[in-house]
Design a protein around this ligand. Sequence first.
Ligand SMILES: Cc1cc2nc3c(=O)[nH]c(=O)nc-3n(C[C@H](O)[C@H](O)[C@H](O)COP(=O)(O)OP(=O)(O)OC[C@H]3O[C@@H](n4cnc5c(N)ncnc54)[C@H](O)[C@@H]3O)c2cc1C
Length: 385
Amino acid sequence: MTESEDIAEIRRAVAGLCADFPGEYWRDKDRERAYPTEFVTALTQAGFLAALIPHDYGGSGLKLDAAAVIMEEIQAAGCNGASAHAQMYIMNTLLKFGSEEQKRTYLPGIADGSLRLQAFGVSEPTSGTDTLSLRTVAVRDGDHYVVNGQKIWTSRAEHSDLMLLLARTTPADQAAKRTEGLSIFLVDMRQVVGNGMTIKPIRTMMNHSTTEVFFDDMRIPASALVGEEGKGFRYILSGMNAERVLIAAECVGDAKWFIQKATDYAKERKVFNRPIGQNQGVQFPIARCYAQMRAAELMVHHAAQAYDAGGNPGAEANMAKLLASEASWAAADMCVQTHGGFGFAEEYDIERKFREARLYTVAPISTNLILSYLAEHVLGLPRSY
Ligand SMILES: Cc1cc2nc3c(=O)[nH]c(=O)nc-3n(C[C@H](O)[C@H](O)[C@H](O)COP(=O)(O)OP(=O)(O)OC[C@H]3O[C@@H](n4cnc5c(N)ncnc54)[C@H](O)[C@@H]3O)c2cc1C
C-alpha cells in the first residue's frame, strides 16, 4: 500500500469508530461535564491512542503525520479529541528523552490501555506563558525527589495514571542558563494521589476535565526523572512542536466540521422562497473559511512531515497552530452566523463545538506568543520579553 492509501484507511477507520458517538452522546457529556470514558476506551481499544508508540513496545509505530490525521478525523466527525489527545503529544517527550527502562515499564501498558498517560503539568497560576518562572520545586532527597508547589489547567488529571511534570530542580539564580534548572518527571499518580498530590476540578465553558493539582511534600522515586536533571525545558520545547502539530490538526478537523454543517444547512434552509446558500452574502463566508482551512491543512502536513523527517520544525509547527486555530475559530463563527438562531440551539451541536473551538487560540500556546516567536526567531526582530 502507498502512504496515501494507508492514510485513507486510517481516515475511514477513525470515521467508522466516531460514527458510534453521535452528537447526542457529546451533548449528554457536555451537560453533565462528564468525561467521555466510552469514547476514550473505544479509541484505546482500536489502538489509535498508541499510534506513536513504536512496534517494539506494543504500539502501531506511526509517524506524526498519520497521528495528526487521526486527531483531525475525530474532530471532523464532531467528536472531542481533547478528552484523549495528550496521550499522543506527551508521548514524544517520553520517546525522545525517556530511558529504556522507563519505556519498557510504561509504554506497553499505555499501548494496551491498562495505563493512561493523559496529564501534562506545566502551567501554574503565576506562570502560564512564562514557563521559565514556574515555582513548583523538586528537591533531591536520597533515592527520591520531594515535590512542592501547584499546577493549574492540568487537564484530564482525574483520568490519568501518569503525569508528565515540569518542576524546578535548581533555583533560577543558581542555574547556569535561564533555560536550565527545570526537569521533567514521569509521575506515577496512582502512588501519590491523596499522598502528596491533591486534584481539584475546574469548571470551564466547555467540557474539558481540567484541574488544579497541588503538591505537598510529594515523594517520587528518583527513577521518575526523564533524561538529565536540569534539561527539562529543552525536552518540553521539543515535545511541544509535536503537540502543536496535533492540536493544529484537530483545529483543521473542527473547521471541516463547521464548514460541512454550514454548507449543508445553507443548501436546505429556505428564506424568501430560496435556499439561503443562493445568496452570495451567505456563500462567501463559507468559501472564505474553506480556503483558510485548506491553507492551514497544508501547513499542518508540511510541519508534520518535517518533524517525521527528523527535524524540529519550530517555525512550521507554530505557524500550523496559528493558522489552524484561526481557521477553526473563523469557521465556528461563520457556522453560527449561517444557522441564524438555530446556531444557538443545543441540539444542533454548533454552540457546543463553538465553545470547544474557542480554546485553541489561547492554549496550549496563545496566538500572541506564536507571533512573537515568528517575529524574533524567524524574522530576527528584537526580543520583546
Ligand atoms: C481548558 C484549558 C486546558 C489547558 N490544559 C493544560 C494542560 O493540560 N497542561 C498545562 O500545562 N496547561 C494547560 N493549559 C494552560 C494553557 O497552556 C495556558 O492557559 C496558556 O499557555 C496561556 O497561559 P495563561 O493562561 O497563564 O495566560 P497568560 O500567560 O497570563 O497570558 C494572558 C494573555 O496575555 C498574552 N501575553 C502574555 N505575555 C505576552 C507578551 N509578552 N506579548 C504579548 N502577549 C502576551 C497572552 O497571549 C494571553 O493572551 C490549559 C488551559 C485551558 C484554558
